[in-house]
Write a protein that binds this ligand. Sequence first.
Ligand code: GLY
Ligand code: GLY
Length: 374
Amino acid sequence: MSRVIENRQEVWNQIKSKTDRMLEGIGNKSPHVAGANGIYDDMRLDWWTSGFWPGILWIIYDMTGDERYKNAAWDWDERLSKRFLEDHYFDHDVGFQFLPTAVIKNKLTGDADAARRALFAANYLTGRFNLKGSFIRAWNGDKYGWSIIDTMMNLSLLFWASEESGDPRFAHIARAHADMVMKQFIREDGSVHHIIRFDPVSGERAEAMGGQGAAPDSAWSRGAAWALYGLTNMYRYTGDSAYLGTAERVANFFIASLPDNHVPPWDFRAEQEGEEGIPRDSSAGAIAASGLLELADVLHEAEGGRLYGIAARRILSSLHEHYGTWNDSKHEGILIEGTGHKPAGQNVNVSLIYGDYFYVEAVAKLNGWQRRIF
Ligand code: GLY
Ligand code: GLY
């Protein structure tokens, strides 16, 4: 039996102690990456990762009722939304930014301004939909026809917006995008493309691209994690079993591809590199584990559900035992050995705030947290 299961309360307490120390170190920084010195950087607020640190604080507030976490998380949605009024780089990832700030704040406190800000972001996301190709475009500049798997995790913002406003068009767009993803991104064997480029005028598929993965036909592990979690969410929001079957296909590929210590390499089809081996991506493990717990939950006691739950716990245990910074009180991150963008040589073997966020989220779920951010 894996350690994290026996000691899920103890692991949660370790997370809380770590977060208390992070509160002192991080302050008002918008953390993205911490390298070997264990100190988080301070990214611009429109960068896609700006919601994760406040998201950790809101989850811990929800679990404990301790006002310190609420107070530290409180003004993030306002700080983020102000960036919309300046020259900015918001893109398809506004769900990553406004779900763990404005939406959860509204759910926990009833703050009406937070809901208004989140609806603004949801409208921005729907405005990126390309009707011809049935995709939400990624990134900015002249990448008019680019769509990426990461967008799957942002669709929860659209379902929230339909529920909040009563207007079903947000959910229509989420479904149209997810249906396109099932056709264009998910391969027969359950592995997943990172980028599909369309002709933005005709909507025809132009090509698959490697993106943050090793090659167009490789299997970027974080992309698979975004897919299995996002498709499970689609089933949760719609009850359409096509999403569930596809989520299981991706989950089966992910689990079957894991190495002995249950933490994924950055790409399941990456080439071996010298003595060092293939860098891991602890963040892909944490995201997948939280998604697998969700998949186990929607399948209830069905055989598959039990197995996905076991796989999630094995990943979380290994992350706890081999990748945690529990004994390094000065380290601002929770997990080490994340990989941000290997082909660009950026952020390899580092702590990533989204790895930390999804680790906290998954352990909160193990400890009975019922509310959902994504
Ligand atoms: N959403 C970008 C990434 O996963 O790196
Ligand atoms: N999306 C690029 C990175 O997170 O490094």
